[in-house]
Design a protein around this ligand. Structure first.
Ligand SMILES: C[S@@+](CC[C@H](N)C(=O)[O-])C[C@H]1O[C@@H](n2cnc3c(N)ncnc32)[C@H](O)[C@@H]1O
Length: 265
């Protein structure tokens, strides 16, 4: 992990972290707390029309886009700045659906026409944007009038303790995360109506517990896959220590996972 601590802050540096096979294996290809259940809740609250065109911003290896293509009649465009993630997403999709495509691009410079999408989903990616106002202006530009955004992300209240800020923040989407009020102001300033703000931190606690469980199995040697064996000097005791510190801050309420439902006003 130390090898990646300094690759932040945000932007393309963090993409390299999320592109690695051992990170995919530990997270089981889903890089946001709450998993499919939270995605489904977020999408339901977007109240999209039938056959809606939907962007999955920072789609990672395509887990959410694939799930949406399987269960809904939407036309889905997943995009990500990490070329390795887009390649993996395309491989996973195969010929699964002709309503699904993956594009290698930056949320802050979208290669789409104005008013071309009904909705946009942003799971654990907006916090990573160095230029949040610029990213929101782009998202708003490509959405149709009244278009919906479902956004879930990490949030920090106040200052993180120094050890966490230095070691954990860069690889947990926290380095450039905002307070709940900070996000709210950003969205309003960008011309979005904030319809819902919900605390989804239970999903974060569950994700920490799941990663610890996988690490324990690794420690027992029962699940030592080729991918995880490539982890740079993976020190299980150190990882467990940071996961425990992280969970303590979630329990204290200084770190939260939030869901915002937005509408272009
Ligand atoms: C924490 S992962 C979340 C992935 C996916 N949304 C999920 O929930 O499984 C963050 C993703 O955002 C991508 N990313 C970071 N900055 C980006 C940017 N400026 N434009 C597009 N993708 C970006 C990373 O490459 C990574 O795949």
């Amino acid at each position: 992990v130390d090898e990646y601590v300094n690759t932040s802050s945000a932007g393309s540096g963090c993409c390299a972290f999320y592109e690695q096979d051992w990170v995919h294996a530990l997270a089981e290809d889903s890089f946001h707390p709450g998993g499919d259940a939270l995605t489904r809740r977020t999408v339901a609250a977007m109240a999209l029309p039938d056959a809606a065109s939907v962007l999955d911003l920072g789609c990672g290896t395509g887990t959410t886009a694939l799930m949406l293509a399987r269960h809904f009649d939407y036309r889905i465009t997943g995009l990500d700045l990490a070329v390795g993630n887009i390649e993996r997403a395309r491989e996973r999709a195969g010929a699964a659906s002709d309503r699904l495509e993956f594009v290698h691009t930056d949320v802050q410079q979208l290669p789409f026409a104005d008013a071309s999408f009904d909705g946009a989903l942003a799971e654990c990616v907006f916090s990573l944007m160095p230029d949040k106002a610029g990213a929101l202006a782009e998202i708003r530009r490509v959405l149709k009038p009244g278009g919906r955004v479902g956004l879930t992300d990490m949030s920090i209240a106040g200052q993180l303790p120094g050890d966490l800020a230095e070691v954990v923040a860069p690889w947990t989407c926290l380095a450039d995360a905002l307070s709940p009020q900070g996000y709210h102001q950003c969205f309003v300033d960008a011309g979005f109506e904030v319809q819902t703000l919900a605390n989804e931190s239970d999903g974060l606690r569950q994700m920490i517990a799941d990663i610890k469980r996988r690490l324990l199995m690794l420690g027992a040697g029962s699940l030592l896959s080729d991918e995880v064996a490539q982890a740079p000097a993976l020190d299980l005791a150190t990882l467990k220590h940071w996961l425990d510190r992280f969970r303590d801050e979630v329990n204290r309420g200084s770190i939260r996972y939030l869901r915002f439902q937005l509408r272009c006003s």
